[in-house]
Write a protein that binds this ligand. Structure first.
Ligand SMILES: Nc1ncnc2c1ncn2[C@@H]1O[C@H](COP(=O)(O)OP(=O)(O)O)[C@@H](O)[C@H]1O
Ligand SMILES: [Mg+2]
Length: 250
């Protein structure tokens, strides 16, 4: 089993898009995959076609009222891909968790009995208690970085946070890699930003870049992955290749 936290405290960098599409690609290659939606915006849940109104027990209940993860997990329409969904109620979880003993380990404990080939955790855009729970529960971290002028901003703090978790809560936590997202090959800035990120992260930067691709942005509004929405798109090919790299590194 391989638990991967998809984390960057910046919003809009491609965490959810990467989570959903890596998960779908791995499922289509025959792996049993679970997505844990750890973001109160619940974009991974809706992006995988789950109607928020039909979600009963969710990650919020698992973290705060002790519901069993097994009972909250539901099938998606994709074979081999299940989800532990979120609802907006998850926004209330952090203050509730704050009073718990071992508040950073609640997620780890609640998923310890699950058996999947791969679990992907879609983190919220913050380094708060939910994200710390993800880092404590994970084997590795995948960091999507948007290819923009301010790409490196915030990555120092993110790496410090990862190192702090490695120094205490989870000594075995690894950096799986950094994936460059929304790359625009026609824009010379993209190349410069990638070089800059490579200076800091070297081999950790995945060889696969995710292009800016409108098909990727459209897909979640249909509750579809990119492979269903447009399997011949650039975005589809990129996420398929990225999923292969993820497995090779894992
Ligand atoms: N490679 C891409 N090309 C075009 N649009 C993208 C791409 N990746 C993500 N998006 C869009 O950008 C927005 C932010 O992406 P998202 O994955 O939700 O980021 P995060 O989860 O980090 O907040 C969404 O509207 C998404 O559809
Ligand atoms: Mg998101």
């Amino acid at each position: 089993m391989n638990i991967i936290a998809v984390l960057n405290q910046k919003g809009g960098v491609g965490k959810t898009t990467s989570t959903i599409n890596i998960a779908a690609s791995l499922a289509s290659s025959g792996k049993s995959v679970l997505v844990i939606d750890l973001d109160p915006q619940a974009n991974a849940t809706s992006g995988l076609g789950i109607d928020k109104n039909v979600v009963g027990s969710s990650i919020y209940n698992v973290l705060t009222t002790g519901d069993k993860a097994e009972n909250a997990i539901i099938d998606t329409h994709i074979d081999g891909l299940r989800i532990l969904p979120a609802t907006t109620s998850l926004a209330a979880a952090e203050p509730e968790l704050a009073g718990e003993l071992q508040r950073e380990l609640v997620l780890k404990k609640s998923i310890s009995q699950l058996v999947y080939d791969v679990i992907l955790i879609d983190c919220p855009p913050s380094l708060g208690l939910l994200s710390i729970n993800a880092l404590a529960a994970a084997d590795s971290v995948l960091i999507p970085v948007q290819t923009e002028f301010y790409a490196l901003e915030g990555l120092g703090l993110l790496m410090q946070t990862i190192q702090r978790v490695q120094g205490g809560l989870n000594p075995d936590l690894k950096l799986l890699g950094v994936v460059m997202t929304m790359v625009d090959p026609r824009n010379s800035l993209s190349g410069q930003v990638i070089e800059e990120v490579k200076k800091h992260f070297g081999e950790y930067v995945f060889n696969t870049y995710i292009p800016r691709n409108v098909r990727l942005a459209e897909a979640p509004s249909f509750g579809k992955t990119i492979f269903e929405h447009d399997r011949w798109s650039k975005g589809s090919r990129a996420y398929k290749n990225l999923a292969k790299e993820v497995i090779n590194r894992g």
